[in-house]
Design a protein around this ligand. Structure first.
Ligand code: ZN
Length: 389
């Protein structure tokens, strides 16, 4: 499926009216236009989410997923503005996790559509802190220490794919594992950790460059004098992800983090699980039974901690914009070009690139809108961003 066509719309960053032309799914021309638009229509790069545990009713943590289930999830993501994502697998026995990667990678290799959507893999666990609060919804009994050998096993399975590994650097062997991962072209993000200042700096010196969902995966009550938030904010050189739903990170903390961290070192994610893109009800995340309330919050049954989110990427744009009191255009890069560049995932709108991008029709007041993803030159059905926030 590769289409040809053209569209005249405003560029999301400059506001200039441009005509984009593509042939057989590839952009052939981008030029300024003197036309007047008959509607409020914008084009922007496809959203890129580096942490998707499941979507549209499909849980990626299950064994034996089928191609059609993966397509269901990736199409639901696309209808929420997300053209490419890192399929995220959480803590499990290492062998089971590797088997799952191998299976999913085989399915992806058999489908052009999946090869385009699943840009790579985010392995979040089992090398995490098993301390209460820091382990989040991950099963501490399945956690283990990282070793260069385990990292090599992961690289053998994933070939040249972008791979992001989230780990807790206080685990014995973590520094050696970080060095190996970086040597093999992976990105290492610290997370689910209670690392000391010294441990964080040693991890950064070893090559870790990210911090996963800052503000989450820590106990609700923290020592006011010394806690993982302060330590990370005081560390330099980390690309920090934030879950932009206004729930995992409160609006005031979200704003404060944007003051404390350079904007080019922040990217947004949904950390979405299977309920995202659906509605309230009971869902699975691996072996966990989760409940999504009418408030859209995902909780473990009978517990108060959050477990992933039901946020969609497009909705995340408008929530981030609202929290920061900025336009949706101003926050777009945090959910597209910044995570894409960091993980070396192609996403640019330029001549010669794949004609995959978003067309946005903001609603009146611009606090929400509709998005249509043009994927390889073909339009997919629009999806609205909710206005209930
Ligand atoms: Zn997590």
């Amino acid at each position: 499926m590769k289409g040809s066509g053209s569209i005249t719309a405003q560029h999301y960053a400059t506001g200039g009216i441009m005509t984009l032309t593509w042939r057989d799914g590839v952009i052939t021309e981008i030029k300024p236009s003197s036309s007047t638009l008959s509607e409020d229509l914008w084009f922007a790069p496809g959203l890129v989410d580096l942490q998707i545990n499941g979507f549209g009713g499909v849980d990626f943590q299950h064994d034996g997923l089928t191609e059609s289930e993966l397509l269901q999830a990736s199409r639901a993501l696309r209808s929420a503005g997300c053209a490419r994502f890192l399929l995220t697998l959480v803590t499990d026995r290492w062998e089971s996790l590797l088997a799952r990667v191998a299976h999913l990678r085989t399915l992806r290799s058999e489908s052009d559509e999946l090869s385009s959507a699943i840009a790579g893999w985010h392995i979040e666990g089992p090398f995490l802190s098993s301390e209460p609060g820091y382990c989040g919804a991950h099963d501490p009994t399945l956690m283990c220490n990282p070793t260069p050998d385990l990292i090599r096993q992961l690289r053998v399975l994933t070939g040249c794919d972008p791979v992001l590994v989230t780990l807790a650097p206080e685990r014995p062997g973590a520094f050696e594992a970080i060095v190996e991962a970086v040597k093999l072209g992976m990105r290492v993000s610290l997370g689910h950790t209670n690392a000391s200042v010294d441990c964080l700096s040693r991890a950064i010196a070893a090559g870790a460059t990210g911090f996963t969902h800052l503000g989450n995966a820590c106990p609700q009550a923290l020592d006011r004098h010394d806690n993982i938030l302060w330590r990370v904010l005081d560390a330099d050189g980390l690309m920090v992800s934030l879950i932009a739903d206004g729930i995992h990170v409160s609006p005031s903390l979200f704003r404060l983090l944007h003051r404390a961290i350079p904007v080019e070192s922040i990217y947004y994610t949904t950390d979405a699980m299977s309920a995202a893109g659906t509605g309230p009800g009971r869902y699975q995340l691996g072996k966990l039974e989760l409940e999504v309330g009418g408030d859209g919050v995902v909780r473990q049954l009978g517990r108060t901690n959050f477990a992933g989110s039901a946020l969609t990427p497009f909705d995340g744009i408008f929530r981030a914009a609202k929290m920061l009191n900025r336009s949706w255009q101003k926050v777009w890069d945090g959910f597209s070009s910044r995570p894409a560049k960091w993980m070396k995932i192609s996403h640019q709108i330029e001549v010669g690139a794949e004609a995959t991008f978003c067309l946005v029709r903001p609603h009146c007041g611009s606090s929400s809108g509709d998005v249509t993803v043009i994927w390889r030159g073909e339009a997919l059905a629009p999806a609205g961003a909710s206005e209930k926030h």
